[in-house]
Design a protein around this ligand. Structure first.
Ligand code: KG4
Ligand code: ZN
Length: 344
């Protein structure tokens, strides 16, 4: 048949996910995308517990993968390859999806494609709309905060990264200090919206701005985290807390926007076609999306963000990255190892 059809598997954090994607001249088509979230299993602990995550992946992976195949309505014989996240992430979980992928590849005689989770996020905008290479990418998730020049699959260079916490990690830790549930990003976004609905204003809270003396594209959120956690102790009313959430969200949006602006100026000196993509779980935040979209418009960049469902962890992005790799002949040996750390 036309194009390449790939089964993707994702188990690097707290989502067990499987998806079938077909990549053809017409673009990427998601035939199925099944996500089993473990959030309920980890919520009581205020964060992801690696041991619980790995066990849950073991229990779920077979059912999730079979459902993805059934919903796609195709037989294993119609697959051209199997892609699995091989890192970075919680290695116990990564091994579950990768081992399962190896088993399917061996049993069905299919090529295996080990995918870097970050590369999955990097191509995720291509699931929603045609996105041509090259583009400038802001990847903002729970584990990562990077600006990248993406020239193609397996061909990216980093313009900036965080020197401490990732943006999503900052959301999660500050939310935890404010007594909000896990995951913290969506909870903090809802609380911030409450502030605006009640005519509140976060600007009465003074939060530090990071790395003011530097001219590069690096990020830092640890000072903000410390200051916001301290201010959380001083909040007396629900309105105080909502206003603080608003201030935190604005501070994170501002830092992301300032560093992205620097990267845009540098990128524009070297490229004719200007496209900007924001991806990763934090790209689900509406205030941050809007801020970045305005910035892109100001600097003449086309703006693209994946559909909300493909911002947070999913397997469709892994299947697509796998298909793009397969197209280039970039397959993996069957003994490829899971990698807890794997910089792009
Ligand atoms: O990409 P992702 O699902 O997992 C990683 O690879 O890390 O991102 C999860 C992160 C969490 O830190 C979560 O709090 C954050 O994305 N996040 C948000 C929102 N939705 C998810 N942060 C801010 N606002 C949101 N609406
Ligand atoms: Zn992720």
């Amino acid at each position: 048949s036309d194009g390449l059809t790939v089964l993707g598997l994702e188990t690097s954090c707290d989502e067990t996910a499987a998806s079938v994607v077909r990549l053809s001249a017409a673009g990427a088509e998601v035939l199925s995308s099944v996500i089993h979230s473990q959030i309920d299993e980890h919520a009581a602990f205020g964060g992801v517990v690696p041991e619980i995550a790995a066990r849950s992946h073991v229990e779920m992976i077979d059912g999730v993968a079979r459902r993805a195949m059934a919903e796609a309505g195709i037989d294993y014989a119609a697959l051209d390859g199997v892609a699995a996240t091989a890192g970075p992430g919680l290695v116990g979980g990564v091994m579950v999806g990768l081992s399962y992928g190896k088993a399917v590849a061996l049993a069905r005689g299919l090529p295996l494609i080990a995918v870097n989770h970050l590369e999955g996020h990097a191509v995720s905008a291509r699931l929603g709309a045609e996105t041509r290479y090259p583009f400038l990418l802001l990847l903002v998730s729970g584990g990562h905060c990077q600006l990248l020049e993406v020239r193609g699959i397996g061909d990216m260079s980093r313009l900036g990264t965080t020197i401490d916490d990732a943006a999503g990690e900052a959301f999660d830790k500050i939310a935890k200090a404010m007594g909000l549930g896990y995951p913290g990003g969506p909870a903090l976004e809802r609380l911030a919206a409450q502030s605006r609905e009640n005519g509140g204003d976060g600007s009465r809270f003074e939060l530090p701005r990071a790395l003011l003396g530097r001219k590069d594209c690096d990020f830092s959120f640890s000072g903000l985290k410390t200051a916001a956690s301290r201010l959380a102790q001083t909040c007396e009313s629900e309105q105080d807390r909502a206003d603080l959430a608003d201030a935190v969200q604005k501070a994170i949006a501002r830092q992301l926007s300032e560093r992205t602006e620097r990267a845009m100026l540098a990128y524009a000196e070297q490229h004719e076609a200007l496209h900007f993509v924001v991806a990763g779980g934090v790209a689900a935040n509406k205030t941050i999306r809007r801020t970045l979209e305005d910035l892109a418009t100001k600097h003449g960049f086309g703006f693209l963000a994946p559909p909300m469902v493909y911002c947070t962890d999913n397997a469709a992005m892994i299947a697509l990255a796998g298909a793009e790799r397969l197209e280039k002949g970039l397959t993996s040996d069957i003994d490829v190892a899971a990698r807890p750390r794997w910089p792009l």
